[in-house]
Ligand binder design. Structure first.
Ligand SMILES: *Cc1c(COP(=O)(O)O)cnc(C)c1O
Length: 356
């Protein structure tokens, strides 16, 4: 047992590391978890019991509020190991702030910055051998917060449990994706929770995504819940297009998740003096650009895959084939730059990398 200075974290190390079973050359996404996890509890009006314990199932009451009314939020972030073996996190403070934005929307207890950051640092440090180094790989980090009151009345929970688990992961999407423009189901609506990283947003997306997959697509392009005329996100990623050398993405608001990758891509584009527009973008405008031959690029942005190229857009029964991925100047350049920033191969002018 040992404790850290700022936040008291009890550490119980595993006596049976599983790392020898890990095939670093054959990593998938999110299936294997590293040796330890961080846990903190909120009860009786305060946060406490911060601990790092061996990764394992835990007990919870069947009446726990999270299981009934969905007070559950999460984050996704990554740690990278550079050539010198140093481990860095990408923009972790942004995740820390965003989980509290989500908590407030879901009427959940916010997590103090020092608990989030100290727990995160200590956990990733302890399991740093689990951070892979092969191209496109990283340690995926999943912080999440659940309501734990043993009470099935509908009411904001008075107790919460915060976890951080980590998973060594290979490249998430390797191939460009075929996406279907969804014009009946909605991911998010005005006044809803689309801007928050709420578990239920994912649950509701599974059926429309399954239908799209059955029709030969890999992902959906969500449109606005009211008119279904404006594009919003692509699957669980923010959506960007390049039309006539202008980078366009829907503006932040109730229905768009403020992606940290989205912000990073926009920042780099502006650094490079590219014209950037955050504005409403109708599917008709995208299709007209396609027909004029000026839809140069379309891609999703998110932590899991960084950049996912879109190969085809399915709309009103027709699949529109986009320019070959190797001709896409912006998305390839920005992906390379972010990869290089993650691995410390280029100057980190925005101070995005947080060294452990
Ligand atoms: C997490 C998420 C994103 C991407 O956010 P990043 O911070 O870039 O990982 C985009 N859309 C939705 C709906 C998300 O949940």
């Amino acid at each position: 047992m040992s404790t850290s200075t700022a936040v008291s974290i009890k550490v119980q190390k595993t006596t049976q590391s599983r790392i020898k079973d890990l095939d670093f050359n054959n990593l998938s996404f999110g299936k294997v978890f590293s040796d330890h996890m961080f846990v903190a509890d909120y009860k009786n009006g305060k946060w406490g019991d911060c601990q790092i314990v061996p990764y394992a199932p835990f007990q919870m009451s069947p009446a726990a509020a999270v299981l009934h009314y969905g007070q559950a939020i999460f984050e996704g972030m990554k740690a990278y190991k550079n050539e010198k073996g140093e481990v860095s996190l990408f923009r972790p403070i942004a995740n820390q702030k965003r989980i509290n934005t989500s908590a407030e929307r879901m009427c959940m207890q916010t997590i103090p910055e020092e608990i989030f950051m100290e727990g995160l640092k200590k956990l990733v440090e302890l399991d740093s051998a689990w951070v892979p180094t092969a191209e496109g790989s990283s340690l995926y980090i999943r912080p999440f917060l659940i309501a734990t009151d043993e009470f099935i009345g509908v009411h904001p929970s008075d107790s919460y449990r915060f976890f951080i688990i980590t998973s060594p992961s290979g490249a998430y999407y390797s191939e460009p994706v075929k996406v279907l423009v969804e014009t009946s189901y909605s991911r998010a609506v005005e006044g809803g929770v689309g801007f928050a990283k709420v578990s239920g947003n994912y649950g509701r997306s599974l059926l429309p995504t399954k239908i799209a997959i059955n029709r030969g697509y890999q992902q959906i392009i969500w449109t606005d819940g009211k008119t279904h005329q404006y594009v919003e996100e692509s699957g669980t990623m923010n959506l960007m297009v390049v039309i006539d050398d202008v980078l366009i993405t829907p503006p932040l608001g109730d229905t768009i998740l403020a992606g940290i990758t989205r912000d990073s891509v926009l920042t780099l584009a502006r650094d490079w003096k590219m014209k950037v527009e955050e504005r409403k973008l109708s599917i008709i405008e995208v299709m007209e650009a396609y027909k004029r031959g000026v839809l140069q690029d379309a891609f999703g942005t998110g932590t899991a895959a960084t950049i996912t190229h879109i190969s085809h857009i399915g709309f009103e029964g027709i699949d529109y084939e986009l320019p070959p991925v190797n001709t896409r100047i912006f998305s390839n350049k920005v992906k390379k730059e972010l990869d290089n920033i993650h691995l410390g191969k280029v100057a980190d002018i925005h101070k995005w990398m947080f060294k452990l």
